[in-house]
Design a protein around this ligand. Structure first.
Ligand SMILES: [Zn+2]
Length: 109
């Protein structure tokens, strides 16, 4: 089984996708975190319960993340940003995948 190897220190680093920075300052907004610089949402790896993934989504996730990983590397992004971009892309794939599944279920019933 393929697992994403994410360095421990990256798991607790806040990341802002909007200004493409890892380790940005953020302020708490209820349960959410907002970037001090652009007011965008800030993500943290440890916030995601990725181990609870439903069955078959992993293939999709791996496929998408590998593509983005190489793309980001070619763009000359920092390793930290690349890891984050890959991770969030994976989440997006998961979300879209699950969303589609729900739609199909809705049509069937
Ligand atoms: Zn920001």
């Amino acid at each position: 089984m393929l697992e994403m190897k994410i360095p421990e220190r990256l798991k607790i680093l806040p990341c802002c996708l909007k200004c493409r920075q890892v380790g940005v300052g953020y302020k708490k907004d209820g349960d959410l975190r907002k970037c001090m610089q652009c007011n965008g949402y800030v993500y943290m790896y440890k916030d995601f319960k990725i181990t609870k993934d439903p069955e078959g989504s992993k293939g999709l996730m791996i496929l998408g993340t590998v593509g983005i990983f190489f793309f980001a590397l070619m763009q000359g992004e920092s390793v930290e940003f690349t890891v984050w971009a890959v991770f969030l892309a994976g989440l997006t794939f998961l979300f879209v995948h699950n969303h589609e599944k729900n739609k199909i279920k809705g049509v069937e019933s």
